[in-house]
Ligand binder design. Structure first.
Ligand code: BG6
Length: 485
């Protein structure tokens, strides 16, 4: 009995850049044994050969690519030229399914405005039964209200346990490692919270700019693009209570409690606790790059030529109003066209309450640094005695918990990992509708306050660490951002 995979939007950017490479990586790893055909459907698809030709360059870049595996993979690929919102097209697909199949995994690799029509067509074609799983990903709305609308369109045909909402950050190895780190090590369990942790920083710095998504990005900005989903999901895994077991329902319920405990901003707090930034001309990787507005309004695109106030950088001082985290700020920052590409979590512990080492020894607090990108790594920073007979002097030391290079399995990118879970039917690393709703609720009120207080973007030079205002924001608390370089 095999699972069949149907990719709606089968020749689109997402399918070609992410999905087929993920499936191919699973083929290399021998993880597609329970999968039958992978069928791409799209109005523009000409034939199988042209689809194969278009997907091949990305597959060739994967470690372990071989002609033998390519032949095996090719045999799975099918394509349908047609409109996936038309039930008749899907009826033909349904009728052609092998007699022995255990279920269909439908990936909606199309914009959300197509979700409703596609879901209705799937239902009318008899493809919404219990053994169908529906996979979708952001953008899932641009506010709580618009999310509810998209979600309703899916829920009209599918139940919550059939819907797999991808946040690709949850497919990253180091993000998954947070659960192991926190709940498999008694030492972290004991000190995890406001009694011992001073604050937490989450940074997602990118060097890239708009990458061909000008109109889309200009509509949403950094807060909706990155914080509502990826950064808040990382916050959830860092802050959630230990679940009673690894049941997806239990884990998602604990994450939801974190989102619901995020302290709403007020008009007094908004200017102190958030910064909106936008890059201006600067230099990235030694090359001069235009500012955001010039990027946006070059001659080849249709975005309105009024100056845009969309943020390409955001920094937030978030608070979680519960017993464990009260008084522990979570500083979040993310931006495009920064000086480095780095995704990192920094857990900064408190100073010891009483210091016995004299004034010539400064005590720097313990830190746990979890680096997600570009390299993965976990280091614990602490102090020890300098060796020797001299007066006791402290020195900084680092405990490296990083998985050695030789043991890393590079083929498994986030999408491949998450697809394994969809095939298994494990929803643990997928985001529930309630989580998406709760995170939109928190994001919506920030956006409303930005509007009502007329908070404009602050400029930062491309290729730098972001606007000075972000450094000022954290300095108000006598703290500073971790170095980006
Ligand atoms: C996407 C955002 O969700 O995540 C992009 O839409 C961003 O703007 C990307 O560049 C970052 O993902 P990663 O895995 O490269 O950190």
């Amino acid at each position: 009995m095999t699972q069949e995979i149907l990719v709606i939007g089968g020749d689109g950017d997402l399918a070609l850049r992410k999905l087929y490479p993920a499936f191919f990586a699973l083929e290399i790893a021998g993880q597609l044994d329970d999968v039958g055909c992978i069928t791409g459907i799209s109005r523009a698809l000409r034939d199988k050969d042209s689809l194969l030709e278009r997907m091949l360059p990305a597959l060739k870049l994967l470690d372990g690519f071989s002609d033998e595996i390519w032949e095996k993979f090719k045999a799975r690929i099918h394509c349908i030229q047609g409109d996936a919102t038309d039930a008749q097209t899907l009826r033909v697909y349904h009728a052609d399914l092998p007699e022995q199949y255990s279920g269909v995994i439908v990936y909606l690799a199309v914009p959300p405005k197509v979700f409703g029509g596609a879901c209705r067509a799937l239902r009318d074609a008899g493809l919404a039964s219990e053994n169908t799983r529906l996979v979708v990903e952001k953008p899932l709305g641009s506010s709580k209200a618009t999310f509810s609308q998209v979600n309703q369109e899916m829920s009209d045909s599918f139940s919550e346990h059939q819907i797999y909402r991808i946040d690709h950050y949850l497919g990253k190895e180091s993000v998954q490692n947070l659960l192991a780190l926190r709940f498999a090590n008694v030492m972290f369990g004991a000190i995890w919270g406001g009694n011992y942790i001073d604050h937490i920083q989450i940074t997602v710095a990118e060097k890239v700019g708009l990458e061909g998504r000008k109109g889309f990005y200009n509509e949403i900005g950094a807060l909706r693009d990155m914080v509502q989903n990826h950064l808040l999901q990382v916050v959830c895994l860092l802050a959630m209570e230990p679940p009673a077991n690894r049941d997806p329902f239990m884990i998602r319920a604990e994450k939801l409690k974190v989102l619901k405990s995020l302290k709403p901003m007020t008009s007094e707090m908004i200017k102190r606790s958030t910064v909106r930034g936008q890059y201006i001309e600067g230099s990235v990787n030694g090359q001069v790059v235009p500012g955001y507005n010039d990027d946006l309004f070059d001659s080849n695109n249709s975005v309105d030529s009024e100056k845009s106030d969309t943020e390409t950088y955001v920094a937030i001082r978030a608070e979680i109003d519960n017993w464990r985290w009260s008084g522990v700020p979570f500083y979040l920052r993310t931006g495009k066209r920064m000086n480095t590409r780095k995704t990192e979590i920094l857990v900064q512990f408190k100073q010891p309450k009483h210091v016995i080492f004299g004034t010539n020894n400064s005590i720097c607090p313990n830190q746990l640094r979890i680096q997600l990108q570009p390299d993965e790594g976990i280091t614990l920073h602490f102090l020890r005695k300098q060796p020797g007979l001299e007066e006791l002097t402290l020195e900084e030391a680092e405990l490296n918990l990083t998985v050695p290079e030789a043991r890393k399995k590079n083929n498994y990118d986030a999408y491949a990992r998450l697809m394994v879970d969809v095939i298994k039917g494990d929803q643990t690393l997928f985001v529930s509708a309630q989580e998406v709703e709760a995170s939109w609720e928190w994001i919506d009120q920030i956006i409303e306050l930005w509007h009502s207080t007329d908070m404009k973007v602050k400029s930062y030079v491309a290729g730098t660490a972001g606007p000075v205002d972000a450094a000022v924001m954290i300095a108000q608390d006598d703290r500073q951002w971790s170095d980006l370089e």
